[in-house]
Design a protein around this ligand. Structure first.
Ligand code: SF4
Length: 410
């Protein structure tokens, strides 16, 4: 019998073991979860089985959360990573008009801004001096952007700090850069790579379904264009993240189809470094005020999407990030119990979620990340953007004997 879980039942799921919950699951969900736990591979699930998991409620949902946490322990261990980075939104001027966005401004609005190349170089240098290994650069799309401006930003940053990892430009900005320059996509991406672009954020994905995309933003690139940019970037040796925005007009079936699409791309290219579910922050958006979207995700949805991603992406994309700017402190910790293994970046100056109404702040220091991670009994470690280097900063005597052993061999 399905029943809605109370907040306190949801919040206490981390104390459950598989043996406490497995006998209470419906037979199909139990079979699905046991099969992924055994093979550690989400590709074993059919579309129907995946839809059923995505619609889990009551004990089935608790079982999904517990199974995701077990899979996380197997696939990513007990280390929770973070990256020391600086977010730089080089302009908030944008003509696209996405209805879920409260960040963009018209060029004549009083608080419109546009950072010069010198500003970008200075911000990157400041970030480097504060210990950042990455700058994450994205912005609005202004109509009169100089044709090679994205390339020029890369040059300015690299001149100032040659060792900085530049994680920059959403697929939407890449589509715009191609339009501005008239270059073929692969040539354009290769030019950016040769001028210092290291990785690309897999943002601007929202929901990769054109009907939903049309509601969210009539002017944005299509699903096919997003896939094309990502596949081409991977083929050019530029790895990317992958994202999904949830809690607005979509259904769990959209989550399933998007995760399966990401698996398919990953099996061809191996280019995704991580998956990041991004909860819709509704307060200051047109989408919400026009009555087109619900009021952001519920607690059950936040937990479910992280757990579902861990299960469906198991064996394909094994790094699952919580977006601390969109979740609060306690909720991000709960999502780390529901399958996630990464806290994302320190950011230093987060703007986009804050403008939409998020209250988690603009910066989380490495020390704050370390405390949040230790509070949930896991091992904090700084990583680089591509997860190829992991550095445990705390002395091993801060950990239990078991954790210290895992930390030593990380
Ligand atoms: S999400 Fe990006 S492209 Fe859309 S309106 Fe906001 S700044 Fe512009």
């Amino acid at each position: 019998m399905l029943r809605e879980l109370t907040h306190s039942e949801l919040e206490s799921f981390p104390s459950l073991d598989w043996s406490d919950i497995s006998s209470r699951l419906t037979p199909q969900n139990r079979r699905s979860l046991e099969s992924v736990l055994e093979t550690q591979n989400g590709s074993d699930l059919s579309l129907e089985e995946s839809y059923t998991l995505a619609n889990s409620e009551g004990d089935d949902l608790l079982g999904l959360l517990v199974a995701a946490n077990m899979l996380r322990a197997e696939l990513a261990g007990n280390i929770v990573t973070y990256v020391v980075n600086r977010n730089i939104n080089f302009t908030n001027i944008c003509f696209v008009g996405c209805k879920f966005c409260a960040f963009s401004r018209g060029p004549r609005e009083a608080d419109a801004y546009f950072h010069s190349l010198d500003d970008m170089a200075r911000k990157a240098l400041e970030a480097w001096e504060m210990g950042a290994t990455e700058v994450c650069i994205q912005g609005g799309l202004p109509r009169d952007l100089p044709r090679f401006y994205y390339r020029d930003i890369l040059r300015a940053v690299k001149n100032a700090v040659p060792q900085m990892h530049i994680h920059a430009f959403s697929p939407m900005e890449i589509v715009y850069g191609v339009e501005l320059t008239g270059m073929p996509l692969a040539d354009y991406l290769s030019m950016l790579r040769d001028n210092g672009l290291s990785t690309l954020p897999g943002t601007a994905a929202e929901i990769l379904d054109d009907e939903i995309r049309h509601i969210l933003s009539a002017n944005k690139h299509s699903t096919a264009q997003w896939i094309d940019v990502i596949r081409t970037a991977h083929r050019c040796g530029i790895r990317t993240t992958s994202t999904l925005m949830y809690g607005h007009t979509e259904t769990p079936a959209h989550w399933v189809r998007q995760m399966r699409l990401l698996r398919e791309i990953q099996s061809e290219t191996g280019g995704f470094t991580e998956f990041v579910p991004l909860g819709f922050v509704h307060q200051n958006t047109l989408l919400f005020h026009q009555g087109l979207a619900r009021t952001g995700p519920t607690l059950a949805e936040h937990l479910k999407i992280h757990a579902l991603a861990r299960v469906l992406l198991a064996g394909s994309i094994n790094n699952l990030q919580v977006s601390w700017v969109k979740l609060n402190r306690q909720l991000s910790q709960l999502c780390l119990h529901a399958g996630a293994n990464d806290y994302g970046g320190t950011l230093m100056e987060e703007n986009i979620s804050r403008e939409a109404g998020a209250t988690a702040g603009q910066y989380t220091s490495p020390e704050d990340f370390q405390s949040l991670i230790l509070e949930i009994g896991r091992i904090p470690a700084e990583r680089n953007t591509t997860y190829s280097r992991i550095n445990i900063k705390l002395p091993l005597d801060e950990f239990s004997a078991e954790q210290a052993l895992e930390a030593e061999f990380a």
